[in-house]
Design a protein around this ligand. Structure first.
Ligand code: ATP
Ligand code: LTN
Length: 338
């Protein structure tokens, strides 16, 4: 049988700070099995992170930490292309072309833009508004079919689809129209302190967020303090709309202990919240500890990380150059004679 062309997958995480349990359960963990079936690119999207004020030295550190974390979580540089977004300059260049087929009104409507404008009212920069176009560029450059992300990013992938379709109809068929791959359960892990909001890296309240690098005592302390509910039904560990905190912890438990949420509910029937929270902590710690150990070892081997990144950028550039040249030709830019 002729070699089948594998479908392509692209995803990324911003190096904006400590990666959370939400990022892991909602995104990175779901990427590892995709490597067996698809042609995957996993990117550390450092250009995106500049849309919010960063301390340069910390950004550099967070970026390398995230590369090491990708590998520690099971992304394999021999199976997938692992790279840093700014190492492939075509991302920013394609974003400019895509800007010319994106309407200001579309970007103004984006939920993340509205949320982040509220959170960073003193820094509503053009990059923040343009963020989804750069994301569309990431995706479309590689002729990506599937984009595995958490629920909060679905609107951005839908915009990437609209941009691809608009470009294709204006300039003839060029881009693959991508689709979201949403995991059924981990797609929205909530804040431990405000369980109707998502757990987010940039949450100023440290107790609301479990970081992948939190040690066992910290994980346990944060989970013990997690908001459950204020009703008197304190011994009832079950999922319910009026118990968002308990539902979130049950979801986390089921993902970390690898049991269904029904099974988890049965396990904690008749048990108090203290017992329940300790069990959630045990399950989370057992998932995080091996990742932390592997990440630590990888960070000690800078030479290895550099080799992975160099090869990743070369392989990604090769694909990106082809797409960008095609796009430049289609829109009518005169090719450079070399
Ligand atoms: P920031 O707080 O800086 O906006 P973030 O925590 O939202 O960051 P991103 O880098 O924007 O993280 O997201 C990386 C990936 O993690 C995306 O696929 C996103 O959908 C997923 N993700 C982020 N937070 C959660 C969450 N709480 N639950 C599930 N998935 C999440
Ligand atoms: N906006 C995404 C990160 C991101 C991304 C991408 C995800 C940037 N470019 C391309 C998938 C595909 C986020 O998770 N906040």
């Amino acid at each position: 049988m002729a070699d089948e062309v594998k479908k392509r997958v692209f995803s990324g995480v911003q190096p904006t700070g400590k990666v959370t349990l939400g990022n892991y359960l909602g995104a990175i963990r779901n990427w590892t099995p995709l490597q067996e079936q698809y042609d995957c690119l996993f990117c550390v999207v450092d250009l995106h992170s500049l849309t919010v004020a960063q301390v340069p030295a910390e950004l550099r550190k967070n970026t390398l930490n995230l590369v090491a974390l990708y590998i520690a979580c099971g992304l394999d540089p021999d199976k997938s292309i692992l790279f840093i977004q700014s190492h492939v300059h075509e991302h920013a260049e394609l974003a400019w072309i895509l800007d010319t087929v994106t309407y200001v009104g579309e970007l103004n409507r984006m939920t993340q833009f509205k949320d982040k404008s509220r959170k960073h009212a003193d820094n509503i920069n053009m990059g923040l508004m343009n963020y989804p176009v750069l994301m569309a560029s990431d995706i479309l450059l590689y002729r990506t079919q599937y984009v595995p992300v958490g629920k909060d990013q679905v609107q951005h992938v839908e915009l990437a689809r609209d941009i691809a379709e608009r470009f294709n109809s204006r300039y003839s068929d060029t881009f693959v129209v991508p689709e979201c791959l949403l995991s059924r359960t981990g797609s929205s892990i909530k804040s431990l302190q405000e369980p109707t909001a998502k757990m987010s890296k940039s949450d100023p309240n440290d107790n609301a967020v479990i970081s992948i690098t939190d040690d066992a005592d910290t994980v346990r302390r944060k989970l013990r303090r997690a908001v459950t509910d204020s009703d008197t039904d304190a011994h009832c560990v079950r999922r319910s709309e009026d118990k968002p905190g308990v539902s979130n912890l049950l979801n986390i438990y089921s993902l970390c202990a690898d049991v269904s949420t029904d099974e988890a509910e049965r396990l904690f029937e008749g048990k108090g919240y203290g017992y329940f929270k300790d069990a959630v902590a045990d399950a989370v710690i057992s998932v995080l500890q091996p990742i932390q150990d592997r990440q630590r070892i990888l960070l000690e081997d800078k030479g290895y990380l550099e080799t992975v990144l160099k090869r990743g950028a070369e392989r990604a550039s090769h694909i990106a150059q082809n797409t960008l040249a095609k796009v430049y030709r289609k829109v009518g830019l005169v090719p450079q004679i070399r």
